[in-house]
Design a protein around this ligand. Structure first.
Ligand SMILES: Nc1nc2c(ncn2[C@@H]2O[C@H](COP(=O)(O)OP(=O)(O)OP(=O)(O)O)[C@@H](O)[C@H]2O)c(=O)[nH]1
Ligand SMILES: [Mg+2]
Length: 449
């Protein structure tokens, strides 16, 4: 037993959503809370400190999923055991502990292979799950729109498919517990071929939604408003900021992954420019890759954005770790190159001065009190102006496709026709400027339109 972690667990539990009524969540019956033992490994790859930080977060995830952590176990090993992840002796000890604490499930901090999961369940006589299953479970509970539900179900199926072997075990009476519920009615026991068909169907459905979103985003581009996405670690205050800036009504809650569906609102900047501001799903350390893949259409909003407002909860114990985790997910989804503005939120709770020095060009705000918001908005306007630039292009008459591209990607401010060419003055972003570089007229010497 690790008293310190258990204490952290019970503290996180006090503020966790276990206290929110089922009505508020609008979700499942919470009268029964599973009892969970959490297990973490300290090995050559992971120090004790980082394992502790991750376990603390895992306890919060378990709590958010609607279960109680009854004990935390850590094992120090050189590397994971290929068959049982932890040592077999340790696994037997955990079985005894689970019996004495009447625990329902053992949750591991790292992803288990299907074989490890199978072997551990044989020793434990109860479910062995990993962090991914817990995160998928939270997403399953929070999904409310058809798109969100389809995305989560797809991620769950892709997680479960390789694990089908050996399921149908005799302790599977835990239906309704972590890792077994989902927006879809799919039962683990139904045969693999049906699951594969379901995966294909969901992928097709999501493609259609993706195409629709693509059209929307093209329309937005054509409407000439720039697009800014709010990204960040879960619970950092993204939805609170959207609500404050755009008078919106996005769900705000002190729980993880409250937002799954993107919400876009129009916002007027102090200089008069109108932009689209989108609130997105929160990230977490090692966000399951199945989720990242399934949420592709949602995350495209982030890839297409002109600027990312990266919200960080500065009152967290380790904001740097959360910043790194967000950067990793951004890289993974292909948004690593989108310009980013780092914004430290919750300045009413914690003084961000040190962080502002560590991260140049960052801004501090409180989405609760409104402190720092004006500065944030003018910094956003400045950034957007530096991304978009007014240029002149000379386009030969036989290049109708290039002309169409300029209209599609930028804002055309004026046109002038000579005998050989068409001259266009347009506002273009960095990417379009480099794509159309061969048609750019050097600013010196041209007489304007
Ligand atoms: N003290 C303080 N709390 C804040 C501030 N901004 C947000 N919060 C609280 O932080 C919690 C999370 O806020 P959300 O806006 O739901 O966070 P989020 O980033 O959208 O979270 P997910 O959608 O779950 O990823 C809520 O309890 C908010 O009331 C702030 O400036 N100060
Ligand atoms: Mg949110």
């Amino acid at each position: 037993m690790d008293n310190e972690l258990l204490k952290m667990r019970s503290e996180s539990h006090r503020g966790g959503f276990g206290e929110l009524g089922g009505e508020e969540r609008g979700l499942i019956d919470r009268s029964f809370r599973e009892r969970i033992i959490v297990v973490g490994l300290i090995d050559e790859e992971k120090s004790e400190t980082s394992t502790r930080v991750e376990l603390q977060e895992l306890c919060r995830l378990v709590d958010t999923a609607g279960a109680d952590v009854v004990d935390v176990v850590m094992q120090r090993r050189k590397s994971p055991d290929p068959a049982t992840f932890i040592g077999k002796g340790k696994a037997r000890e955990i079985y005894q502990l689970a019996e004495s604490l009447d625990a329902d499930t053992v949750v591991f901090n790292d992803e288990l292979t299907p074989a490890q999961q199978f072997n551990l369940e044989k020793i434990f006589h109860r479910s062995a799950l990993d962090r991914t299953a817990v995160i998928l479970d939270i997403f399953a509970q929070n999904a409310s729109t058809p798109e969100g539900k389809a995305q989560v179900e797809l991620a769950q199926l892709q997680y479960r498919l390789p694990r089908l072997k050996g399921q149908g075990r005799d302790f599977s009476q835990q239906a309704g517990g972590i890792g077994t519920r989902g927006p879809g009615e799919t039962k683990l026991e139904i045969d693999r071929r049906r699951l594969v068909r379901r995966v294909n169907k969901l992928q097709r459905q999501l493609k259609v939604v993706g195409a629709h979103r693509d059209n929307q985003s093209k329309r937005r581009r054509r409407s000439l408003n720039q697009s800014v996405a709010i990204v960040g670690y879960t619970n950092a205050g993204k939805s609170t900021l959207l609500n404050l800036l755009a008078n919106s009504d996005a769900i705000v809650a002190d729980r993880l992954f409250a937002t799954l569906d993107p919400l876009t609102r129009r916002l007027q900047l102090p200089g008069g420019e109108s932009i689209f501001l989108t609130d997105t799903v929160g990230f977490v350390q090692r966000l399951p890759h199945q989720l990242v893949k399934a949420f592709k259409t949602t995350l495209d909003v982030v890839i297409d954005a002109d600027l990312l407002i990266h919200i960080v909860d500065c009152s967290q114990a380790s904001p740097e770790t959360q910043i790194d985790a967000v950067h990793n997910v951004l890289e993974e989804i292909g948004a690593g190159e989108v310009p980013e503005m780092l914004v430290f939120n919750k300045s009413d709770k914690f003084d961000p001065s040190q962080l502002l020095m560590e991260y140049p060009d960052s801004v501090a705000i409180s989405a609760h009190s409104g402190a720092g918001i004006e500065k944030l908005l003018s910094a956003v306007a400045d950034q957007l102006r530096s991304v978009w630039d007014v240029v002149e292009l000379a386009i030969p008459f036989d290049k109708g496709d290039v002309l169409a591209q300029v209209h599609r990607e930028g804002q055309v401010l004026g046109e002038r026709v000579t005998e050989e060419k068409m001259f266009i003055q347009a506002r273009l972003d960095t990417l379009s400027r480099s794509r159309l570089s061969s048609f750019l007229v050097e600013s010196e010497g041209h007489d304007g339109i």
